[in-house]
Write a new protein. Structure first.
Length: 318
């Protein structure tokens, strides 16, 4: 059993030299890439920010931020630390924050969403109509194809991820949103495809496909297609919406989500063709970090997303 003071004596000596304000300064400088702007955001003077950064550099034995012509650039050590610092600040904020409550009509909140562009197209217009009477609510859509889901959620850069979730990650929670429901698409008036497509035609006809090469898409390793016929890829893309755009204006074919096609501006220019055999067994999911389970604002947004998407699926005849 620990005696009083044992825990304090066990704390790393370097940690004793830092306070919350040092971590806040670190996060602000990292986010703004500018020491003066970081100080302004925290209400600190330039000398105060310089002193805080000097102490951080001394304790962590690293320059952390390297001066550039228009600001600063994080060092490799700073890149390594930012996720941990943001998590620590989040936990400290939770300690002093009053019991969670959220009123979307009066509260001010920015929600950061990591999502595929096809889900943006399906969901965001309807979601915006629902929050038009919530003047303090902002949705920030992140560049999903290049950012790993785990990294975005663990670092706190994203509040929610909508797409294919990473598997068996103990810190993440997820719920099913909708089936992936892939179909083949071809343009109306295609010279050889009309109303149906055979496996042989899929082999012979050039395709627009998602680029699943290592490094091309950050989260491609979580997606697998089965029973997909051999194909000839003519164009490789990193946005599902690009498949619709290119197929609508060419004689190429591609795979797409049925709801995405039905709600897109190109729906009247495309044929939705049934598959002879299923090619995927995935569902799109909504994923968040477990530390946000009790976040009242996020609970509200998750329910709004589920309701909005269910209504969208019900109103579109597939």
């Amino acid at each position: 059993m620990n005696e009083p003071g044992d825990i304090g004596r066990g704390v790393n000596a370097a940690l004793r030299q830092l306070e919350i304000k040092h971590l806040m300064a670190f996060e602000a400088i990292y986010s703004t890439r500018n020491i003066s702007r970081a100080g302004q955001s925290l209400g600190y003077s330039q000398p105060t920010m310089s002193n805080l950064l000097a102490r951080l550099r001394e304790v962590l034995d690293d320059p952390l931020f390297l001066r550039q012509p228009r600001g600063v650039l994080p060092s490799a050590r700073a890149e390594e630390l930012i996720g941990r610092v943001r998590r620590a600040l989040h936990e400290m904020d939770a300690i002093v924050r009053p019991e969670a409550s959220f009123d979307p009509e009066t509260d001010v909140r920015e929600f950061r969403l990591h999502m595929l562009d096809m889900l943006e197209a399906i969901l965001i217009p309807a979601l915006v109509r629902k929050i038009q009477y919530c003047p303090g609510i902002t949705l920030r859509l992140l560049l999903a194809p290049k950012v790993p889901i785990v990294e975005a959620l663990e670092s706190g850069n994203a509040d929610l991820a909508l797409g294919v979730p990473p598997t068996n990650h103990p810190e993440l929670r997820w719920q099913e949103l909708m089936p992936m429901d892939l179909c083949v698409i071809a343009r109306r008036g295609h010279p050889t495809i009309n109303g149906s497509v055979t496996p042989e035609q899929l082999v012979d006809t050039g395709q627009v496909s998602m680029d699943m090469a290592p490094g091309a898409l950050a989260n491609s390793k979580f997606f697998r297609m089965v029973n997909r016929p051999e194909r000839r890829d003519v164009v490789l893309v990193n946005r599902p919406t690009s498949i619709l755009e290119i197929v609508a204006g060419s004689d190429l074919v591609g795979y797409a989500n049925r709801l995405h096609v039905a709600t897109s501006p190109w729906r009247d220019q495309l044929q939705i063709l049934p598959l002879s055999v299923p090619v995927n067994a995935h569902n799109f999911q909504m994923t968040w970090h477990r530390r946000n389970d009790a976040d009242a604002g996020l609970v509200w947004l998750k329910q709004l997303i589920r309701t909005t998407l269910a209504e969208k699926m019900a109103e579109v005849e597939l």
